[in-house]
Each structure stands twice: as structure tokens, then as C-alpha cells.
Design a protein around this ligand. Structure first.
Ligand code: ADP
Length: 187
């Protein structure tokens, strides 16, 4: 099962990815988590990404495309994966298409998680209390939502043309969202 979870910040992609990891025995590939680990480890990549992430902008395609391509080559991705937070732009989606075809892999579905903008801000502000993420404050969240609308939302059409999009309501309770995703992908 090769899945992309698509949706605005706070839609619950990370939460659902973790449930699906358990259910399907395939890894979650979160570019946000990988970047945050690089920041914590003070690698050159982490240092380059930190300021960009803190203000809610997107890290360069060179960096994230490289992260994903390397990660897809690891053994645990052989039976599938759940991409969370990638692709985030049409350029990244095109790069992913190339990566997958060169690795002989095909996507099964792109799950679009819809959510209401006001709820998203309050969810992410709440998460900030535990997450210690510098980008989980109201101004940066609004910026991230703007970036989502402008750069990432067009991916729904991009993947709709490939017949891959399944839409679920991300505002429902967590287990209902999980059920809707499983039904949408036929599991
Ligand atoms: P969320 O889904 O809550 O917005 P993420 O953890 O996915 O948060 O991403 C946090 C930040 O990491 C983004 O705002 C961006 O700066 C950077 N980032 C993550 N994935 C990508 C990506 N695919 N392309 C560019 N930047 C990314």
C-alpha cells in the first residue's frame, strides 16, 4: 500500500499516519519529522532548514526531494509507505512521480483530508502546548495555512487527474476518520 496523506496543517495527517502504520505494517514518511530530527541533530541540512520552517515557509525542493528519495530506498519501504507532508508543491509531486517510476513503484491512493480553517488554527495552537514546535503559534500557523492553499491545495487536482484522490472529512473523531480512510482505500 503506497499512500499519500494530503491536507492542511492540523488536519490530522500525523495522527492518522501513526494508526495506519500499525494497521498495515508500513512506515510513515514525514518530511516534517525528518527535518525536525535534522535540526535536533544540528546537521548542516537541519541548520539550513530551521529558519525557513520557523517562519512557516517551505524548505527547498532540493532538500526535501533528496530526503524522500533516500528514504524510499530503505528496506522497510519495500511493501509500501505513507507519505505525510510530502509532496507539498506541484514540483515535488512531479519529482515524486519520477522517483517512483525510476524505482518501479506506483501510488495506490492520495487521501485528501479536509478541514475547516478555524478549527485548524485552534487544533494547532493546542498542539503547541505539548509539541514545543516553534512554528505552532497563531501567526506562523496562518502563514502555513496560506502556503497550503497556494502551493499544496493544487495537488488535489494534480492527483485527481491520475484518478488517485479519495476525500475524507478530517473533522470527524479520530477513529471515524481512520474508518473512512480504510473504506476509501478498500481495506
Ligand atoms: P504540518 O503538517 O503541521 O504543517 P510538518 O511537520 O509537515 O507540519 O511540516 C513543518 C514544516 O516543515 C513546514 O512548514 C515546512 O517548513 C517544512 N516541510 C515539511 N515538509 C516539507 C516539504 N515537503 N517541502 C518543503 N518544506 C517542508
Amino acid at each position: 500500500m503506497r499512500l499519500i496523506l494530503l491536507g492542511p496543517p492540523g488536519a490530522g495527517k500525523g495522527t492518522q499516519a501513526k494508526v495506519l502504520v500499525e494497521a498495515f505494517g508500513i512506515p510513515q514518511l514525514s518530511t516534517g519529522d525528518i527535518l525536525r530530527s535534522a535540526i535536533a541533530a544540528r546537521t548542516p541540512m537541519g541548520l539550513a532548514a530551521k529558519a525557513v520552517m520557523d517562519r512557516g515557509d517551505l524548505v527547498s525542493n532540493d532538500i526535501v526531494n533528496g530526503i524522500v528519495s533516500d528514504r524510499l530506498d530503505e528496506a522497510d519501504c519495500e511493501n509500501g509507505f505513507i507519505l505525510d507532508g510530502f509532496p507539498r508543491t506541484i514540483g515535488q509531486a512531479e519529482a515524486l512521480d519520477e522517483m517512483l517510476s525510476s524505482k518501479g513503484m506506483q501510488l495506490d491512493a492520495v487521501v485528501e483530508m479536509t478541514a475547516d480553517a478555524d478549527v485548524l488554527v485552534s487544533r494547532v495552537v493546542n498542539r503547541a502546548k505539548e509539541s514545543n514546535r516553534p512554528d505552532d503559534n497563531p501567526e506562523v500557523i496562518r502563514k502555513r495555512l496560506d502556503v497550503y492553499k497556494k502551493d499544496t491545495a493544487p495537488l488535489v487536482d494534480y492527483y485527481r487527474k491520475q484518478g488517485l484522490v479519495r476525500t475524507v472529512d478530517g473533522m470527524a473523531p479520530v477513529d471515524q476518520v481512520t474508518g473512512a480512510i480504510k473504506a476509501a482505500i478498500g481495506r
